[in-house]
Design a protein around this ligand. Structure first.
Ligand code: URA
Length: 212
């Protein structure tokens, strides 16, 4: 797995405000979108393009345009939804699929409760959005799900990651041919006994949308 950890003062600044327990949901949502847009810039560095020629007011120009089929953005419900706007701001032509996954608070196992995705993902570049890579269970299950539908090129974008989660994803897909990349805002110290990232930012879904 290729790993890119953002090292940019703007992302560090926004992450610090995001982590602050005093930051309220509206600001938390706004910052999440902004951070995702910055991460998406890095995550799409290898997005497929094809040559495109346009006529400027002065001369012909040999440029590039995004290739077909369109990339697919897959937010993991619920918290990944808070990242969608920030991603589609950068690639508005992307198709959006949804994957509903829930983590059992006791076993920390992830299971799928809803999906709305293209049946066939062959040849599609897929971008999974999930703010917190904690144990890795949810991300591993989501990647496996996309692989089953033919995806071979998957980039996961997370706001924060735990070393344990990164190691679990690496182990789960070691030796596989598929192309997996992780783009994350920061790698924190560890997980606590409840599977929360430390120092982290708490429960991302609750902080985005309030506790339900
Ligand atoms: N999910 C969260 O929302 N926060 C964590 O710290 C870990 C998983």
């Amino acid at each position: 797995m290729k790993i890119h950890i953002a090292e940019h003062p703007l992302i560090s600044h926004k992450l610090t405000v995001l982590r602050d327990q005093r930051t309220k949901s509206p600001t938390f949502r706004q910052l999440t979108e902004e951070i995702v847009t910055l991460l998406a810039y890095e995550a799409t560095r290898e997005i497929k393009t094809v040559p495109a020629t346009v006529m400027t007011p002065v001369a012909l120009f040999e440029g590039l345009e995004l290739a077909q089929p369109r990339p697919v953005v897959v937010p993991i419900l619920r918290a990944g939804l808070g990242m969608l706007e920030g991603m589609t701001r950068l690639i508005p032509t992307a198709e959006v699929g949804f994957l509903g996954m829930v983590r059992d608070h006791v076993t920390l196992q992830a299971s799928t409760y809803a999906n709305r995705l293209p049946e066939n993902l062959e040849g599609r570049q897929c971008y999974i959005l999930d703010p917190m890579l904690a144990t890795g269970g949810t991300l591993i299950a989501a990647i496996e799900y996309l692989f089953e539908r033919g995806a071979t090129d998957i980039t996961a974008i997370t706001i924060l990651s735990a070393p344990e989660g990164i190691a679990a994803v690496e182990e789960a897909f070691a030796g596989k041919d598929q192309n997996i990349t992780l783009v994350t805002g920061a790698v924190d110290a560890k997980l606590n006994e409840n599977g929360y990232i430390v120092p982290g930012l708490g429960d991302a879904g609750d902080r985005l949308y309030g506790v339900v």
